[in-house]
Design a binder for this molecule. Sequence first.
Ligand code: G3I
Length: 315
Amino acid sequence: GTPLRDLAAAKGKVIGTAVTGSKLTGTYGDIAGGQFNSLTPGNAMKWGSVEPTRGSFDWAEADQIVAFAQAHNQQVRGHTLVWHSQNPSWLTDGTWTTAELSGLLQDHITTEVTRYKGKLAAWDVVNEPFNEDGTYRSTLWYNGLGADYIAQALTWAHAADPSAKLYINDYNVEGVNAKSTALYNLVKSLKARGVPIDGVGLQAHLILGQVPGTLQQNIQRFADLGVDVAVTELDIRMQLPSDSTELAQQAADYKAVLDACVAVTRCHGVTVWGFTDSDSWIPDVFSGYGAATPYDENYAPKPAYDAIAASLGGG
Ligand code: G3I
């Protein structure tokens, strides 16, 4: 059939996948390069990956993924500049004054965004800032710098690469709920202040049969604020072993997510968080769950793959 990336391009959408740099050869590389028009490094651009020792940088995997994307005419989503997780231990174990912490964050953002200036379509600048009830998550950044760390991070990122679209990314914000409403109110106030915010990322780590009924409405309300929306980390997990009924339900769920994005002009596209069940975080974190991606562990397309194609107008 027609590759997903060609179907998506014909609709003006992006279909992406998270990737692991060391796997980008053979069949994995063929699918990553052939089916998708956007890549997100799953881990390679996180602070703990790029600066494991203070002042000593390792850009190898991130550079490799960007080069692969350029060779395959793909966009790259940078992921992620400011998070509470996967930070280097020298940072999290240190004791910092407010000024030191602010300086460290500014330097980190400036260094990394400058390195890839002009090469990335978008950055997930701030990742997972909210609790489920819509209050700010207690993190190194919130506790040390206050809620305005978000505006500062966006401002620093924009100064380093004015052409990259800057996003705030979170999970459990796919439907209309307390957490997505907090994100909505934040984006509204950032826009009112003139802070550079271009989009929101809905991670969409979903459970079989539980696509929120308000997904499209939620995407639309962000679009109506004047920002783009991207589904950034889609996967749909189920209890193992999977059977054909569950795989059919999963296909319907994938189609519902793609359909919602296709229906809203300002929805930039959908990225899956790993395209194969052999490269998915789910079994490591949710014991007994898996089969969350559109290809099985042997790179055979599942019904979910056909559902994505169908939503993008494929046969
Ligand atoms: O690199 C080491 C390797 O040297 C070691 O042998 C191995 C042993 O466990 O661990 C490897 O590191 C793992 C890393 O993934 C790379 O595979 C970490 O243990 C593991 O914790 C890490 O998990 C990542 C997770 O973020 C951490 O929270 C997942 O791959 C990654 O897919 C996941 O992605 C996040 C997004 O960034 C944000 N949204 C949620 C999403 C899922 O957690």
